[in-house]
Design a protein around this ligand. Structure first.
Ligand SMILES: C[S@@+](CC[C@H](N)C(=O)[O-])C[C@H]1O[C@@H](n2cnc3c(N)ncnc32)[C@H](O)[C@@H]1O
Length: 280
């Protein structure tokens, strides 16, 4: 694609090329492979649509080729963060696949200083849902800390604000909406009682800084692995295994993996299943 600036004078002057775009598909693969290696995101199946998005992003930032974009992303952390925000999909809502929450109380009731990792948390709905569920159903739960991480900085900002639309609360029973939200106009703000249980950070799951958060009793990792290829799924599961305390539990989404992860035992109950760390 070329951009032309025509002179006002409509005489016989040829259009002059202002800037030449060279979004070459082969160079796009280098960029897409970098994204997959660093963040796990695999766009093989949505290659064309992703490249169109990337091309629009580049042009908006006065960048005219995939190679130039790749170089600039390495040098400019703000550009890189906006790029990641553009690529990631944060579709989520309160009480999503909530049957799994019923499996929480057994573990929580036995513990104090209970730590849960919600990776990825997106804009906070899952982490806050866990907090609400624990307050409602797991009466023995004390000193709960729910850490939510996500690579999308806009999502983490929204999680920290804790203000949601009616739509994202549509699966939440009405009594819980009233008890745990303050209505401001057509929006709903999560109460401090739940907010203070949580801590949200911008974090890539593959970045070793994740290990500075300590170990967790429970990890929720739902609806992120679906965007990864099998190798990256396995890498993630090994990272999460190392982040679990002995006998720690991992909860996945039902479409996240189609294989048995190594180093875990699967526990199935009526309401769903989870994986327990089975070796150190
Ligand atoms: C569909 S949301 C899932 C949110 C929530 N767990 C749920 O099930 O509703 C997927 C999230 O994964 C995040 N994500 C993708 N790759 C990631 C990575 N490498 N590290 C951390 N978060 C990542 C995206 O930014 C996005 O917010």
């Amino acid at each position: 694609m070329l951009r032309f600036f025509r002179r006002r004078d409509k005489s016989n002057i040829e259009p002059t090329v202002a800037k030449t775009n060279s979004f070459d598909g082969n160079n796009a693969d280098i960029l897409l492979n970098d994204i997959r290696d660093e963040f796990g995101l695999d766009y093989t199946k949505q290659r064309d649509i992703t490249l169109k998005k990337v091309e629009r992003f580049a042009l908006k930032n006065s960048i005219y080729s995939f190679i130039e974009l790749e170089k600039k992303l390495k040098m400019d952390s703000h550009l890189k963060q906006s790029f990641i925000n553009l690529l990631t999909v944060g579709e989520t809502y309160f009480y999503r696949e909530s049957a799994l929450f019923d499996l929480l109380c057994d573990t929580v009731n036995d513990n104090r200083d209970f730590k849960i990792l919600c990776a990825p948390s997106s804009s906070g709905e899952e982490a806050y849902s866990i907090g609400i569920y624990l307050k409602e159903h797991c009466k023995g739960s004390q000193d709960i800390n729910i850490v939510g991480i996500d690579i999308n900085s806009e999502s983490i900002k929204r999680a920290k604000e804790g203000i949601y639309t009616k739509r994202s609360l549509s699966y939440l029973p009405d009594n819980l909406k009233i008890k745990y939200f303050e209505q401001i106009g057509d929006k709903y703000r999560i109460t401090n009682e739940i907010k203070t249980l949580t801590d949200f950070r911008v974090q890539n799951i593959f970045d070793s800084s994740l290990f500075t958060y300590g170990k967790f009793d429970i990890i929720f990792c739902r609806n992120m692995l679906i965007y990864f290829n099998e190798q990256k799924k396995r890498e993630t599961l090994e990272i999460l295994r190392k982040l679990l305390k002995r006998d720690g539990k991992l909860f996945l989404g039902h479409a996240d993996i189609a294989f048995m992860p190594e180093g875990y035992k699967k526990v199935s109950k009526n309401r769903g299943s989870y994986f327990v760390r089975d070796r150190m």
